[in-house]
Design a protein around this ligand. Structure first.
Ligand code: FAD
Length: 305
């Protein structure tokens, strides 16, 4: 129940005001968000790269309903990619792109054109883009945009959410050579007709998807902190003769940092999803929804008002 309430609150202005202005919130936000500026993002990327970790950068900001804002978001990403190249970090960091930040809700061709500019900037910098997957009603549009982007930038990746009943089908379609698929459980709210809502069913679906991706010709990216799924991922990679360079683990900045370093220390490729920027509210609320204990930290900080 908490999960649905918190996810509904990502779109509630009053809740947003309360959370954003509560004293102490920023300290908790900093656990999950690397900072507010491009400088912060580049510094954290350099730090993580120094520890043998890879990075995917998420410039926070989503659900853009304004053309100028969508274009400004594209420019910010192009600047970020330029900065990564200058700092010699493009080989260590890619960009995660939310199509909703570049105008998907306004017009799909407009978002495609903007995403194309981001992919071109990534290509020039020497790195890649992975499309985040957002609300269930944007999945088909995101996959259409992916198909178009891959014509020019075949290295473009995409996230698939195992809570979707069709996730295994999507994975089968995407398990081809050159394809990069980030498999995650899914951080949004979706109706029972479209998505599994039971945690065990979501996990079982994750394993079915993982089997398809590991057996396929693409490059699987296992985005989970779940110890059982990480173990199953490793076992399936061995079963399918995948070398450590043929797949990667991905985790969020601030979550299970020791496990991130343990896997990297064993020779695995581990990529940390690093979110940064001022528009942290929706991202932060999704992190709270994933783990009720995080909510306790927030309430305690609010009580100290
Ligand atoms: P869970 O069962 O939720 O968690 C397993 C364990 O991990 C927990 O017991 C806990 O110890 C730890 N943990 C998990 N979440 C938290 C948290 N917030 N705070 C503290 N501890 C936690 N979702 C999308 O819908 N679209 C995307 O494009 C997308 N991209 C992602 C990219 C990456 C790299 C990652 C890691 C996740 C992404 N997600 C995305 C989020 C994902 O769907 C899940 O919501 C999130 O990862 C939690 O699921 P889990 O697999 O870690 O399993």
């Amino acid at each position: 129940m908490f999960r649905h309430t918190l996810l509904a609150a990502t779109r509630n202005r009053a809740a947003r005001r309360i959370v954003e202005t509560a004293p102490g919130t920023r300290r908790i936000v900093r656990r999950f968000v690397a900072g507010e500026t491009t400088d912060d993002a580049v510094d954290v990327t350099a730090e993580l790269a120094g520890e043998g970790l890879l990075v995917s950068l998420d410039a926070l900001g989503e659900d853009t309903l304004d053309t100028a804002q969508a274009e400004a978001n594209v420019q910010d990403l192009a600047d970020l990619l330029g900065r990564l190249a200058e700092a010699g970090l493009a080989g260590k960091a890619e960009v995660s792109l939310k199509l909703s930040a570049v105008g998907q809700a306004l017009d799909e061709p407009f978002a495609l054109e903007n995403a194309r500019k981001v992919c071109a900037a990534a290509h020039d910098a020497g790195t890649t883009v992975t499309l985040d997957m957002e609300e269930h009603d944007t999945v088909e549009s995101t996959l259409r945009v992916l198909t178009e982007l891959r014509r020019e930038f075949p290295e473009t990746g995409v996230a698939i959410q195992s809570y979707l009943r069709r996730s295994e089908e999507y994975c089968a379609e995407l398990a081809h050579e050159g394809s990069r698929v980030r498999l995650c459980k899914g951080a949004y709210s979706a109706p029972e007709s479209i998505a599994f809502t039971d945690r065990v069913e979501i996990d079982k679906s994750f394993v079915r998807c993982l089997r398809v991706l590991m057996a396929g010709q693409g490059y699987p990216m296992l985005a989970t902190h779940d110890p059982r799924l990480i173990e199953i991922g490793g076992a399936l990679a061995t079963l399918h003769d995948r070398a450590p360079s043929d797949f990667e683990y991905q985790m969020l900045y601030g979550i299970r940092p020791q496990e991130q370093r343990r896997l990297a220390g064993e020779g695995a490729r581990v990529r940390i999803y690093v979110a940064f920027g001022r528009e942290w509210y929706a991202y932060f609320m999704r992190r709270l929804a994933e783990k009720p204990a995080n909510l306790g930290f927030l309430f305690r900080s609010m009580a100290s008002r």
